[in-house]
Design a protein around this ligand. Structure first.
Ligand SMILES: C[S@@+](CC[C@H](N)C(=O)[O-])C[C@H]1O[C@@H](n2cnc3c(N)ncnc32)[C@H](O)[C@@H]1O
Length: 215
């Protein structure tokens, strides 16, 4: 659920009814996420999933990084455009839930191309020497600025980076926010807008997606 969905559920239904239909595996995963997890709203909604799939299909990435696997919905959306020899590394720290993404990744036609790691994202980023051509960040908001700083050197010209929840339920409009997460998301959006190495656009989809392309 997001700021925008809460405001206009009818429009949200219309948007969903006029997008390509959701593949069976995603429907099943969405259902199970709502049945088995305590915070199912964390899942990327279907519209956002479609966006991830379409971006992935447009750039046909060889190496994707996702920060924040949760139950694997966005991971499976991102796999749809993977190059033949491509792979996706997806990171999470929640061991209790790991059985769910593992089950769906095993079922996926891309199972061999998915590397699911139970590892803190900062630790991973500080130790990797890989370059990524598509990155999706949807995890602990307090680390978004640090993630941006660590991800930038791991991208090259043409790379796409997407940050989720960058409108933070509209709280980015607060002038002096008390909440740490709001402060960090505002700092991230300012930093990205000023960074000469990227061009970007905040899509007001769901809770806002900051879409960046490395020049
Ligand atoms: C909003 S959910 C991700 C939703 C997922 N992208 C989807 O579409 O279904 C955020 C996830 O980030 C994970 N997370 C939080 N801190 C993390 C960290 N430091 N490193 C990696 N993952 C983290 C949480 O455990 C949680 O599963």
């Amino acid at each position: 659920m997001s700021f925008f969905e809460e405001k206009n559920p009818e429009m949200d239904r219309y948007l969903e009814n006029h997008a390509s239909s959701e593949p069976e595996i995603l429907k099943k995963l969405r259902r199970e996420t709502y049945q088995k997890t305590t915070q199912p709203h964390m899942i990327s909604g279907y519209q956002q999933g479609r966006l991830l799939t379409m971006v992935s299909q447009m750039i046909q990435p060889k190496n994707i990084l996702e920060i924040g696997t949760f139950t694997g919905y966005a991971t499976l959306c991102l796999t749809a455009g993977l190059a033949k020899e491509g792979k996706i590394t997806t990171l999470d720290v929640n061991e209790d839930l790991a059985y769910l993404p593992r089950k769906y990744f095993a079922e996926s036609e891309y199972s061999e191309q998915i590397d699911f790691k139970l590892q803190d994202a900062k630790e991973f980023l500080k130790n990797t020497d890989e370059f990524f051509d598509l990155v999706f960040i949807d995890a602990d908001k307090e680390n978004y600025v640090e993630y941006f700083k660590l991800i930038k050197p791991r991208t090259q010209s043409g790379a796409i980076v997407m940050f989720d929840n960058v409108l933070w339920y509209g709280k980015v409009l607060e002038e002096n926010p008390k909440q740490k997460s709001t402060q960090i998301i505002k700092e991230l959006n300012d930093l990205v807008a000023k960074d000469e190495d990227f061009e970007n656009l905040i899509l007001p989809l769901r809770d806002g997606v900051n879409l960046l392309r490395r020049k």
